[in-house]
Design a protein. Structure first.
Length: 207
């Protein structure tokens, strides 16, 4: 006789998707977003990096209008103090806490996080059931939505920062170490928005 199927207990409560933007850049904050999807969810959700800028902007508008969402932003000083991993864990915690402040009508069932680690046990404020999903931004729609919100939010921050520091090209490179950005760093030196704990910036400070 076939063995009886094991029952699967599904989380009871809101399912929150979480993703971050800005781990790798040499300048600017790291941003995390948390999203509870609406029903029906926006069509065409995917990893934000796979979407065109136009489609990303369209989906961001739909998510913000119809779903519940929040962001957590950790600035350069805290990135340098905590290291980028610790700062990312903090940004995720801030985003989920801000979203939970909106969820007065239902508990959190589970937080789904892109990657292979969660803030559980790494941030004292973290108090929600969490599950890490490698490649989750491409396979879990709520994480896809969070990746879109996080990237669009951070890109806006960097475009605004580029108005004050136009020589670094942040409106085009979002703070990543492109050849233009590196050339400007060598010529003009780091700004207050550069991550001094990151090797390319730290090495210039030693010259």
């Amino acid at each position: 006789m076939p063995s009886p199927r094991k029952s699967v207990t599904l989380p009871s409560g809101a399912i929150i998707g979480v993703d971050e933007a800005g781990r790798g850049p040499l300048a600017g904050p790291v941003v995390a977003a948390a999203v509870v999807l609406c029903k029906p969810r926006p069509l065409g959700l995917d990893d934000s990096k796979k979407l065109s800028a136009k489609r990303r902007a369209e989906l961001e508008g739909q998510i913000k209008r119809r779903c519940r969402w929040a962001v957590g932003v950790v600035d350069v000083d805290d990135i340098d103090r905590l290291n980028i991993f610790g700062a990312t864990m903090l940004a995720m915690t801030l985003a989920v806490q801000a979203l939970c402040d909106q969820l007065t009508d239902e508990p959190v069932g589970e937080v789904l996080i892109d990657g292979n680690m969660t803030p559980h046990g790494r941030r004292p404020e973290w108090c929600w059931p969490a599950r890490a999903i490698v490649g989750g931004d491409a396979i879990e729609p709520c994480i896809s939505a969070a990746s879109i919100i996080a990237k669009e939010h951070r890109d806006r921050i960097m475009r605004e920062a580029a108005l004050a520091y136009p020589q670094y090209g942040w409106d085009r490179n979002a703070g990543y170490g492109t050849p233009q950005h590196m050339a400007a760093l060598r010529e003009h030196g780091p700004t207050p928005l550069h991550r001094r704990s990151f090797a390319p910036v730290a090495q210039l400070l030693l010259l």
